[in-house]
Ligand binder design. Structure first.
Ligand code: FSO
Ligand code: SF4
Length: 586
C-alpha cells in the first residue's frame, strides 16, 4: 500500500478549523490518548465502542467477544470497501450508480458494527463479494469511457484464497497499522469511519423498505474513498464528519418513512410485561420487517410472539398490532442482560440485528439469527424461511401458565407527541411543564450508567422525559405520573427513531419561535456503539449545544479533537445527576 506521510509541517500549514474559522491550535499535534506505538505494542485491535478494554482498546479478545481474527477480517473488508467506493465514485463520473453496489456497501459496513457479525465464514463471503463488485464496477467504468484511479491498493488488492491468509493479509490495514499518521488526524478518520458505519446500518434498514437516496449512497462512497486519501487534512475530515451527521439524519428519516409507510405511525400502546400460557417466540434487535415475517410465519400455530430489547417499540405500530392477535408482550430488558434472560425464556429466539452476545450452550439450540447478525454455530435463517424457528418454538415447553405483570406505554413518536402539541405549548406557557429532557441512547454494562436512572428519578416533577433506544431499560418501568394528562415518561422508540425526537424538537422551535438551543430541552445521551456515534453527529449537524454525553468519552477521540467539540458545541461529559440537573435548570 502506498502511504503518504502526513508531515507535521504540512498539517499545520493546511489546517484551519472550518467550524470556528480559527487557526488550528498547534497543540492539536500533541495529543496521544492512544498512540499507534502503544496500540501496536499491546496488539490493540479495536476501540470502536464504549466498553472497549480499559477505555483504551481491546487487545487479546474483545470485551464483546470479538476475536483479533474477526477484527482483522472486518478491517480487510473495510479496506476492500474503500476500493469499491473509489470505483463507485469513478462510476458516478460516467453516470453509473449501481444499486447492488450501493446496497452491498452499506450492508457490509453494518456487519462490522459492534455486536453484529461474529462468523468468519460470513466475512469470507462478504470479502469475495466486495472485490467481485469492485472489479465489475471497474469494467463498467472502463466500458463507459471512464477511468478508475488505481494508486491505492484498495482498488487492486487480490484476496488470499484462505481465511488464514486473509487474516495475515489484513495486518496492513488495521486501525493502527500506519504509525506515522498524526494522532488527531487518525482520531478524525476513525470518528468518520465509525460514523459512516452507524449511518450505513440505518441506510441498510431503510433500503429493506426500498427507501433510498442516491445522495446518501454517493456520500458513503465519497467518504470511504476519502479515507484512502492519506493527504486529507483536519478541515476536510471535519467537514466530512459533520456531513455524516447530515446524511445520517436523512437515513433515519428514510427509515422512519419506511416503517411508518409499512406499519402506520406509532400510537400510544400499553405493552404487557407478563406472559401468556403456551408456546413462545422472542424477537430481539431492530428489524421490524423481520418481526413481521415471524408474525406471519407463526400465525395460527398456537405460538405467542414477544419482543426483547430494542424491539419493544414495535408494539406501537398499529399495522403490526392490529393484524396479529398473537403479537402479545415484551420480555426482558437491554442487550447486555440477554445471556441471563434468554437462558430463562421457554421458547425460540430470533436476533434480527445488534446486539448479540455469545450464546450460552444452554440456549444455543434455541437461538437463531437473520439479516446482518450472526454467531458461529448459531443457525442463520433467511426471513423467507423461518420454519426452523417455528419448529423449535413448538418443540420447547413454552409458558406453563399465564404470568400477569405490569404494562409499559410505548408509541410516542413525533406524530403522537405532536398530536398533543397544544397541551404541551399551554403547559409550558402556564408553567406546569418546566423542562424537557431527552434521556436516550444505549444501555451497557458499566455501573456508571446508573447516572441515567438517577437523572430520571431526580428530574423535577414538572419535567417531561423523552426517551429512546435501549438505554430506556434503566427506567422504563418507573411510574413518573402525568402532567395535564400527558405521561411524564414518553417512549419515542428505538435508537432508529432518533429522527422522531428531532421532529419533536423542530416542532417545538416553531411553537415557541426560537431555535433548538433556546428551548427548555436538554439532551442527556448515553452511547455504546457506532449507530450512537452517527446519531451524535446528526445532533451536532443540527447545531445542538450542551449535549451531555456519557458514560465515558470515546477512546478514539483525542483530547484535541474533544477540545474542538467542546469549543464549538459545548459537548459536555456527564457529571453527577444532581450536579448536572442543577447546572441545567439553573
Ligand atoms: Fe442498543 Fe445495541 Fe439500538 Fe445500539 S441494542 S446498543 S445504539 O446496538 O442500536 O440502542
Ligand atoms: Fe472491543 Fe468494542 Fe471493538 Fe468489541 S467492538 S472489540 S468490545 S472495542
Amino acid at each position: 500500500m502506498k502511504k503518504k506521510d502526513i508531515s507535521r509541517r504540512s498539517f499545520l500549514k493546511k489546517s484551519t478549523l472550518a467550524v470556528t474559522g480559527t487557526a488550528l491550535i498547534p497543540s492539536l499535534l500533541a495529543s496521544k490518548k492512544v498512540s499507534a506505538k502503544d496500540a501496536n505494542k499491546n496488539k490493540m485491535f479495536c476501540y470502536q465502542c464504549e466498553q472497549t478494554m480499559g477505555g483504551r482498546g481491546c487487545t487479546r479478545i474483545g470485551v464483546c467477544g470479538k476475536t483479533p481474527e474477526i477484527a482483522a477480517l472486518q478491517d480487510l473488508l473495510i479496506h476492500t470497501l474503500k476500493g469499491l467506493s473509489i470505483a463507485a465514485m469513478a462510476g458516478r463520473k460516467v453516470n453509473i450508480s449501481d444499486v447492488e453496489v450501493n446496497r452491498f456497501t452499506c450492508m457490509a459496513m453494518f456487519s462490522t458494527l459492534t455486536n453484529v457479525e461474529f462468523d468468519p465464514y460470513r466475512f469470507e463471503d462478504l470479502l469475495f463479494q466486495s472485490v467481485g463488485l469492485r472489479d465489475r464496477m471497474i469494467q463498467k467504468v472502463k466500458a463507459a469511457g471512464g477511468t478508475v484511479d488505481t494508486s491505492s491498493d484498495a482498488v487492486t488488492l487480490k484476496l488470499k484464497p484462505t481465511l488464514d491468509g486473509m487474516v495475515k493479509q489484513a495486518k496492513a490495514y488495521g486501525l493502527f497499522s500506519d504509525p506515522d499518521v498524526n494522532p488527531d488526524i487518525r482520531s478524525l478518520q476513525h470518528l468518520l469511519l465509525f460514523g459512516i458505519k452507524g449511518m450505513a446500518a440505518y441506510t441498510d434498514h431503510a433500503a429493506e423498505h426500498d427507501q433510498e437516496d442516491e445522495g446518501n449512497y454517493e456520500y458513503v462512497h465519497r467518504a470511504l474513498a476519502a479515507l484512502e486519501n492519506k493527504s486529507l487534512g483536519a478541515d476536510e475530515l471535519l467537514a466530512l464528519v459533520l456531513e455524516c451527521g447530515e446524511k445520517n439524519l436523512r437515513a433515519m428519516e428514510l427509515l422512519s418513512l419506511g416503517n411508518s409507510g409499512a406499519y402506520g405511525d406509532p400510537v400510544p400502546t400499553p405493552v404487557p410485561l407478563g406472559a401468556k400460557k403456551g408456546k413462545a417466540i422472542l424477537v430481539s434487535g431492530h428489524d421490524l420487517i423481520d418481526l413481521e415475517a415471524v408474525l406471519k410465519a407463526s400465525q395460527g400455530k398456537g405460538i405467542t410472539v414477544y419482543t426483547h430489547g430494542e424491539m419493544l417499540p414495535a408494539h406501537g405500530y398499529p399495522n403490526l398490532k392490529a393484524r396479529f392477535s398473537h403479537f402479545y408482550g415484551h420480555y426482558g430488558t437491554a442487550w447486555q442482560h440477554q445471556r441471563k434472560e434468554f437462558d430463562k425464556f421457554p421458547g425460540a429466539i430470533l436476533m434480527t440485528s445488534n446486539c448479540i452476545q455469545k450464546p450460552k450452550q444452554t440456549y444455543k439450540r434455541n437461538i437463531f439469527t437473520t439479516g446482518t447478525v450472526g454467531w458461529p454455530g448459531v443457525t442463520h435463517l433467511s426471513k423467507k424461511n423461518l420454519q426452523p424457528l417455528i419448529d423449535q418454538a413448538l418443540e420447547l415447553p413454552g409458558y406453563p401458565q399465564d404470568q400477569p405483570d405490569m404494562e409499559v406505554l410505548v408509541g410516542f413518536g413525533h406524530t403522537a407527541v405532536l398530536g398533543v402539541a397544544d397541551k404541551i405549548v399551554a403547559g409550558v406557557k402556564d408553567g406546569s411543564i418546566g423542562h424537557f429532557f431527552l434521556v436516550g441512547g444505549c444501555d451497557g454494562v458499566k455501573k456508571s450508567r446508573n447516572y441515567y436512572t438517577e437523572f430520571v428519578e431526580k428530574a423535577p416533577d414538572n419535567s417531561i422525559i423523552l426517551t429512546l433506544a435501549c438505554g430506556k431499560f434503566k427506567f422504563f418501568k418507573h411510574q413518573l405520573g402525568e402532567i395535564n394528562g400527558i405521561p411524564r415518561l414518553l417512549d419515542v422508540g428505538q435508537c432508529n427513531d432518533s429522527h422522531s425526537a428531532v421532529q419533536i424538537a423542530v416542532a417545538l422551535t416553531k411553537a415557541f419561535d426560537t431555535d433548538v438551543n433556546g428551548l427548555p430541552l436538554s439532551f442527556i445521551i448515553s452511547w455504546y456503539e457506532q449507530k450512537a456515534v452517527a446519531v451524535l453527529l446528526s445532533l451536532l449537524h443540527l447545531g445542538i449545544k450542551d449535549i451531555h454525553l456519557g458514560p465515558s468519552l470515546p477512546a478514539f477521540i483525542t483530547p484535541n479533537i474533544l477540545d474542538v467539540l467542546v469549543k464549538n458545541y459545548n459537548l459536555t461529559p456527564i457529571g453527577t445527576a444532581e450536579g448536572d440537573l442543577k447546572k441545567i435548570l439553573g
